[in-house]
Every structure is written in C-alpha cells, then in structure tokens.
Design a protein around this ligand. Sequence first.
Ligand SMILES: [Zn+2]
Length: 312
Amino acid sequence: MSKIKQVTPSAFYQHTLRDSFSCIGRGLHSGLKVIMRVLPAPANTGYRFIRRDVKGDCNEILAAWYTVSDTHLCTTISNLCGVRVSTIEHLIAALHVCDIDNAIIVLDGPEVPIMDGSAKAFVELIDSVGLQQQAWQRRAIVVKKPLSVREGDKLACLLPYDKPWVKVEIDFEDPCIGRQSISTAIDYATVKRDIACARTFGFGEHINALKDLGFARGGSLENAILVNNGKVVNSSGLRYDNEFVRHKVLDTIGDLALSGAPIIGYFNGKYTGHALNNLLLRKLMASGANYDFCNFSDLGYFSRKLLAESRA
Ligand SMILES: [Zn+2]
C-alpha cells in the first residue's frame, strides 16, 4: 500500500525572508541604476515598497491590486501622494512562488531592477537567504464562480479549481513567436523549473519609438529577448522554444499575486496582459460572492497537499 504523505503544517503559516538580500541593476524602462534591498517583514505586512530617494513620510507604496495605477508595458503601483514604483511584476512573482508572504522592498529609484529580464535572479536570491515561518496563518482566496473580462479579442477568466493554475495563449504576427500556449500549476518547483527563467521580450521595429516615449531606455540584449523580422537577435538564442509565452505566465503570476494571497482557481488568459489581469482582479475582489477568504488549514485536502508538497 502506498504511503500517504503528511501535509507539512509549515504551509499553513505565513513566511518572510530569513535574512535580507540586495541587488543592483537598471530599470528596464527608466534606464536608471537602482539599488534594491529586500528585507524580512512582520506577518500581515504583504509586499511593501519604500522609495528611499523620496523625501518625507509619503514614500511607502503597498503592492496590491487596488494600488496598480498604470499597466502600460509593465505593472506600476502608486500611493496616495502619487509616488510610484514600476516593473514590480517579476519580483512579486518570485516572492509569491517562493512562498514569501511578507517583505519590505527598499529602492533608491522609481523602478525595480530588470536583472536578466526574468525572475531567475530574484528566486536565487530568495533561496540563498531562505524562509522564516511566522506565527500567523496563511490565507488563500478560493474562487467561487467563473469570472471574465474582455477587451476586443483579449480575454482573461478565473474559474473555480482545486489548486492555483494558469493557462495562457499568445499569438504574435512575427513568425519567430506565432501562436504559443502553456498550461501549468503555480507552485514553487514547477515555476522555478519552467517559468522563472523566461525573459521579457521586445521587437526591433518598436525600440526607437518606445525610447522616444520614455520606455525601454534600460533595455539591452542582456535583459530582454530582441525579435527582429522573424529572428531572435540575442546570440545565445532562447532559453526555451516557447520562452515568450512562459514569460507571459510569469507576468500573470506577478499580477495575480497582487490579490494578497494565493488564488485557488484556474486562470485562463488569451492574448492577455497587465491591464486585463488587473481588471480581472478588480472584478474578483469587487464582491464577496466571487470568492472565499480562508485559512490554508481549511482548504480541501488536494489543494493543501499540492501546495505543501511543492516545496518538498
Ligand atoms: Zn514581464
């Protein structure tokens, strides 16, 4: 008879970092050099950014679905004073999949460093310092009924399901990308192996126009895949055949993590992006009829088993 693995009680509790870590890099869009320090935080803090370069007491910005103020090309959050932090999605995705519920992120600029364009460095840094269990229970958002938002041919849906799951489909004219689709569990082991290393991407013909508008000023072949006329310009090529759609999954994980808790549900996105993902979260959170907020210990057996085993 096969032995049933016991669910580790650790998954029932919130976690923060065991120690702080730092990194230095450039903002993808601002091009500005930024030093980022990520620190442990008390239970129920969530993810809070502090802009060290902003004087006064209005330099703190909570990363949450309702503080998202701009979704053009990246996810930007703002506080009530209008202080912003951009391109938070890869870092938030890394913290979320590494089971970090609470962290303070101190920056001396307006944008999270892009690193290599993926979440790889963030996951490695989190792994290097480790996790600290906290006394408070971890909560989950259980999707109770199907929801969708649509804009033209773009669609984002959330359906009731027994575990966190993401399916994303993209379709680009450039033959180097074309139609790609992926369906995956959101758990530490799967995301670290299949998603975290997928880099952001851009198109050669858009670069100059974007730079004129103040975007992609820090973009380079070191931190993005550049596609030009059906070819990948980066000499090292792609990390996965379908790296583009994998990166869209990474963005989606970061965007959904702004709900404040793991979402037990099935996300299905067709040509979706930061804007639609945030609209979907706003629709989800608009009514208690759409979801249950419950402790991990109250989840169904299979949800708990999957979540607990993902780090085993
Ligand atoms: Zn991205």
